[in-house]
Design a protein around this ligand. Sequence first.
Ligand code: 5RP
Length: 230
Amino acid sequence: MDRQKQDELKQAAAKQAAGLVEDGMILGVGTGSTVKFFIDELGRRKEEEGLALKAVVTTSSRSRKQLEGLGFTVSELADIDQADLTVDGADRVDKQLNGIKGGGAALTLEKNVAVNSKKNVWIVDESKVVDHLSGFPLPVEVLPISCEQNKRRFEAEGLNPQFRLNADGSRLKTHYGNYILDLHVDSVPVPSGLADYLDHTVGVVEHGLFLDICDEVIIARDNGEIETRC
Ligand code: 5RP
């Protein structure tokens, strides 16, 4: 699929999700190229329909900048109780609505906003939808102090970890000053087993397996149809 077509699909899914946003909501806004279209649509609704939100929280400085540019005031997660709705993208989503996220290295804040949201909706184009989680490296955010030990530990487990790098070859640092180890596994046959292992590995700050978090996924299909799965 060419880039332009994929962007059209992302935009279509984003537009559909923006229709779920209601006046007076506390809204969580994720990160990524699909979410960028969602924020564009929020801006349009604000301008043309007077959409008025109670509060907005977001998961990256990129999304924050875009939201603020459109006149939204962005709160910190600590300043709210919970969001009514959070809309985010995903890198892969399976039949049970489990997903891999973190392609934009924002997984820690994304998961924290998501678990503090009454409803989570993901917006994806068809290429992200899989039967079983596969086809995308699993991001794991690790503390710098023990990152080498964790890398060796993951190697011993056959998880093929690689530090995520910047264009200049240096290690990418997350918003929180940590590193990302991308696990290059062909597939994740038992997502809950791997999540449990990562949840119990000291030095792991967060990982990109988002299990039992998504309530609804809006899929823009190649043929132009929009499918909603709950
Ligand atoms: C960022 C994410 C994004 O939601 C995910 O990578 C999807 O991004 P895009 O819409 O650009 O494909 O998890 O950490």
